[in-house]
Design a protein around this ligand. Structure first.
Ligand code: SAM
Length: 298
């Protein structure tokens, strides 16, 4: 069996499978972009509209849709690739997240959304490789979900979770390419954020769900490597009320070799450590989930 596509003949089963997956991601993303018009141009802030294989604004700024369906919405001359946030890190992080360490936190956020909102648009800022986005939102079929991250490697992986109502793009939290007041819920899971940008894109009574580490988060690693305690300070943001404030803390035994490897080499805590030949048997996941609601002003 062979397939002729873009003047190339595919005969290998794995290549064929890859092409079929790419085609389906592309189709899903085109449909998503056709039906949802809330992305704004990063150059002139005008609305981006789907046209053939790209999205464009009235000032002719055009952005190609990649073969995996994602788009790149960062001003090119500003883009710097991170030496740490790379494919290797995101593959290991995905493995770690899918090993259930964060399940109760993700379930809690999912429940909060189900109880408090019927539909709308959710944006996960700094979504990484998309596993948390997926675990929190996969049964929220009445919502449109966007994940945005600065890393191209992260977004390439996140496109695995692309589906009818979920879309991933490369973008910067400091220049969020969304229409004013178009988002009902912003999720920020261990990632940087920019208050001014959140204010701009969030609806008047929208929710901002912020997941931050407590001082016990990954404490075992800090002990092994003699690192300072995490200084966890989050002040409420002007114009918001904190409506939920809950800490999730659990200690897990670590048996999986890849999980050990991820912790000892790839978390931001260990990036600058040279001697990584240590062993780790347990890890504490301790995160604070804060749910803020924007005060409604007329
Ligand atoms: C600690 S990771 C968390 C990723 C994901 N939320 C998770 O918990 O797996 C921080 C993420 O923020 C992203 N990031 C850093 N600076 C960013 C920026 N200016 N705009 C968008 N994403 C950014 C990184 O690429 C990385 O994926």
């Amino acid at each position: 069996m062979f397939l002729l596509l873009e003047n190339k003949i595919y005969v290998n089963y794995n290549q064929l499978k890859e092409v079929i997956i790419l085609l389906s991601k592309l189709e899903l993303s085109k449909n998503f972009l056709k039906n949802n018009n809330i992305l704004n141009c990063i150059y002139c802030n005008e609305l981006l509209v789907f046209k053939n294989n790209e999205i464009s604004c009235i000032n002719n700024h055009n952005f190609n849709i990649k073969r995996n369906g994602s788009i790149f919405l960062i001003k090119n001359n500003n883009y710097k690739i991170s030496k740490f946030y790379n494919k290797d890190l995101f593959i290991k992080r995905r493995h770690f997240i899918l090993n259930h360490y964060y399940d109760d936190i993700n379930k809690y956020i999912n429940n909060f959304i189900k109880i408090n909102c019927n539909n709308g648009t959710i944006l996960d800022i700094g979504c990484g490789e998309g596993s948390h986005t997926h675990l929190i939102t996969s049964d929220l079929s009445e919502f449109n979900i966007y994940g945005i991250d600065y890393s191209k490697d992260a977004i390439d992986l996140a496109t695995d979770y692309m589906c009818k109502n979920t879309y991933f793009l490369v973008g910067d939290v400091n220049n969020l390419p969304f229409k004013n007041h178009s988002i009902d819920i912003v999720i920020d899971y261990l990632s940087p954020f920019n208050t001014e940008n959140i204010n701009k894109i969030l609806k008047k009574d929208g929710y901002f769900i912020k997941v931050i580490p407590t001082s016990n988060y990954l404490i075992e690693l800090r002990k092994i490597y003699n690192l300072k305690e995490y200084d966890n300070k989050f002040n409420n943001i002007d114009g918001y009320v904190i409506i939920e404030n809950k800490v999730f803390e659990k200690k897990y035994n670590i048996c999986d070799k890849l999980d050990k490897d991820y912790l000892l080499s790839n978390t931001p805590l260990t990036w600058n450590i040279i001697d990584k030949n240590k062993n780790i048997d347990s890890i504490t996941i301790s995160l604070n989930v804060l749910i803020l609601r924007k005060k409604y002003t007329t």
